[in-house]
Design a protein around this ligand. Structure first.
Ligand code: XIL
Length: 382
C-alpha cells in the first residue's frame, strides 16, 4: 500500500505540474511576481535570443511574453556581419536599431551578437585573399558597429568561437590573415569604440577541459595586454540526459577566478539524437526519419528528464549566483528553435521552456519553483 502511494506520488506531481503548465496564461497577464525575470531578479539576468519577427513585434503572443519573462535579449541573427555589414561600404542598422529600441522601451538589457565570427560573414570577406584588406575590414567593422551602439546596448560578444576543440586557435580567415593576436586586438578596438559597453568572449564546449584551458589562455592574454574583458559566455547547447554538470561547475569556478563574470548565453537542452557535442553551425547531417522520432509529440519520460536537467542546471547556477551574470535561452519557444533545422534540416525538436503554443512546459515550472517554492533552493543540494 505504502509502496503504491510512494510510486503514485511522482506521477501525481507530474500530472499536477503539467496541468499547471497548460493553464498558465502566456500573455502579459503572467504576473510580474510569477515570471522568470521576477523570480531571478536578485540572482542573474534571464535572457532569450530573438528572431527578426520577434524584434519587430509581429507576433502578438511573443510580444506579450518576452517583456514579461525576460530581462535580457540577444539578436539571434540580425547583428551578424552578413546582415549588418552586407557590402564593403554599406552598413544596415535597421533591425539592430530596433532591438536597441526594444530594450530601451521594455527596460531589457541587449547583448550584441556578434562582432567577430568566422560564420555568417558577407561574401566579400569570405573570399578575400589580401591580408591588408581583411585587416581593414576588421578595423572598420568593429569601429563602425561598436561605436554606433555604444550607450544603446549593454554588452557585446566581441569574438565568437575562436577556439578548436583541443583548445588551439580555430583555423579561420581571421587567424590566417591576422595572426593569433586578433582576439586581443578585437577587444582593444571595441574597448575604445564602445567604452560604455561590457565586452565578452563567447564559445561552445568551453566547459570541456581542453577547450576551457584554451579559453583561459585567451582571457589571460587579453588581460596581460592591459585590455578589458568583462565576461565569458558559455553557449550551453547541451543534450537532455547528458548535461556535463561537473564540467560546468568547474568552469564557473575557473573562469570566475580570472575576475570575469560567467554567462550562459545560448542555453537549450535538445532531445533529438546526434552523434557529436557542441554547436558548430557548419556541421551538417543528412536527414533521416530515425533522427526525427518525436514528430507527433514528446514522450512524457523525455519531458520529465528535460525538466529535471533544467532544474539541476538552475540549481547549479543559483549556487554560483555571485559569479553568474546572465542565463540566456537560444530562442523563445520550441517551434522557433534553430535546433529544428540544425544539424539536420526539418526536425521537430523541443529544447526550450515554452512549447509551440507559447505555453510554459514542465521545465519552466521546475525552474520557476526553485525560486518560488519555500526553501526549494536549499532542499536538494546539487
Ligand atoms: C544560429 C542561429 O540560431 C540560426 O538561425 C542561424 O541559421 C545559424 O546561427 N552559436 C552561435 C549562434 O553563436 O550565433 C548560432 O545561431 C548558434 C550557434
Amino acid at each position: 500500500m505504502f509502496k503504491k502511494i510512494f510510486l503514485a506520488f511522482p506521477i501525481f506531481v507530474a500530472v499536477f505540474l503539467t496541468s499547471c503548465a497548460s493553464s498558465k496564461k502566456t500573455t502579459a497577464s503572467s504576473s510580474a511576481a510569477n515570471s522568470l525575470k521576477e523570480a531571478y531578479k536578485n540572482d542573474f539576468l534571464i535572457g532569450a535570443a530573438l528572431n527578426a519577427q520577434q524584434i519587430e513585434e509581429k507576433d502578438a503572443q511573443a510580444a506579450a511574453l518576452i517583456p514579461a519573462e525576460f530581462s535580457a535579449i540577444t539578436p539571434e541573427n540580425i547583428m551578424k556581419a552578413e546582415v549588418i555589414h552586407p557590402e564593403w561600404n554599406r552598413y544596415n542598422f535597421d533591425l539592430a536599431d530596433k532591438i536597441a529600441d526594444y530594450g530601451k522601451k521594455h527596460n531589457i538589457k541587449v547583448n550584441g551578437h556578434t562582432l567577430i565570427w568566422h560564420s555568417q560573414l558577407p561574401a566579400y570577406i569570405r573570399t578575400m585573399k589580401d591580408a591588408d584588406s581583411v585587416k581593414q575590414y576588421f578595423t572598420n567593422h568593429i569601429n563602425t558597429v561598436a561605436s554606433h551602439f555604444d550607450g544603446k546596448i549593454y554588452s557585446w560578444d566581441v569574438v565568437n568561437e575562436a577556439l578548436e576543440e583541443d583548445g588551439s586557435m580555430r583555423k579561420s580567415i581571421f587567424l590566417n590573415k591576422l595572426g593569433e593576436d586578433f582576439v586581443t586586438e578585437a577587444f582593444r578596438l571595441v574597448q575604445k569604440a564602445a567604452p560604455n559597453t561590457e565586452l565578452y568572449y563567447n564559445d561552445y564546449n568551453i566547459e570541456q577541459p581542453n577547450k576551457r584551458a584554451g579559453a583561459i589562455t585567451l582571457i589571460k592574454k587579453i588581460q596581460a595586454a592591459g585590455v578589458r574583458i568583462d565576461g565569458i559566455g558559455i553557449q550551453g547547447h547541451w543534450h537532455v540526459g547528458t548535461v556535463p554538470f561537473k564540467e560546468i561547475e568547474q568552469s564557473i569556478i575557473e573562469f570566475s577566478a580570472l575576475g570575469v563574470k560567467v554567462m550562459f548565453t545560448e542555453l537549450d537542452l535538445e532531445v533529438l539524437p546526434r552523434n557529436f557535442q557542441g554547436a558548430d553551425v557548419n556541421q551538417r547531417v543528412a536527414s533521416n526519419p530515425a533522427l526525427n522520432p518525436y514528430v507527433n509529440g514528446l514522450p512524457d519520460s523525455v519531458m520529465q528528464q528535460q525538466a529535471s536537467d533544467y532544474e539541476n542546471l538552475f540549481r547549479l547556477f543559483l549556487k554560483y549566483k555571485d559569479k553568474v551574470g546572465r542565463v540566456t535561452f537560444w530562442g523563445v519557444n520550441d517551434g522557433q528553435s534553430w535546433l529544428n533545422n540544425w544539424p539536420v534540416r526539418g526536425r521537430t525538436n523541443y529544447p526550450l521552456l515554452f512549447d509551440r503554443e507559447f505555453k510554459p512546459k514542465l521545465a519552466y515550472y521546475k525552474v520557476l519553483e526553485l525560486k518560488t517554492k519555500k526553501n526549494a533552493e536549499q532542499q536538494k543540494p546539487f
